[in-house]
Design a protein around this ligand. Structure first.
Ligand code: SF4
Ligand code: SF4
Length: 116
């Protein structure tokens, strides 16, 4: 069954059948188990050209990042709180205008996941 997109939504919604097969994961439970080694001297995620963002109608970066690294200020400028990045990689493919410069954090920095 094909679901209709909501107004302003740029991606196809998941069908209820597919959603039912996904594990129940609460992102907040996962985030509190992560240890961050923040590099205060180097932002590994940056906007390449802010003028490009002004032409981006749907601004999906405000939705696809699981930890809201991307926010818009009062003027609509996209801000990047790279310190909270959990390195999921979504912004490498999610920006329709390829306007996110994504790199891995420098050695010794980034997130460390604990499992179990
Ligand atoms: S999706 Fe890409 S181009 Fe659009 S607002 Fe976000 S960073 Fe800018
Ligand atoms: S890699 Fe994932 S967590 Fe990090 S900024 Fe991109 S979308 Fe957000």
């Amino acid at each position: 069954m094909k679901l209709k997109k909501k107004k302003g939504q740029s991606h196809e919604p998941l069908s209820p059948e597919l959603r039912a097969t996904l594990p129940k994961v609460n992102i907040n439970d996962l985030v509190v188990s992560i240890k961050y080694y923040v590099d205060e001297d180097f932002a590994h995620i940056q906007i390449r050209d802010h003028s490009v963002c002004t032409r981006c109608a749907t601004k999906p970066c405000l939705d696809f990042c699981p930890v809201q690294v991307f926010t818009a200020d009062a003027q609509g400028k996209i801000m990047v709180g790279y310190q909270a990045c959990v390195e999921c990689g979504s912004c490498r493919i999610g920006c329709p205008l390829k306007n996110v410069d994504w790199q891995l954090p420098r050695g010794g920095h980034g997130v460390a996941y604990k499992f179990g």
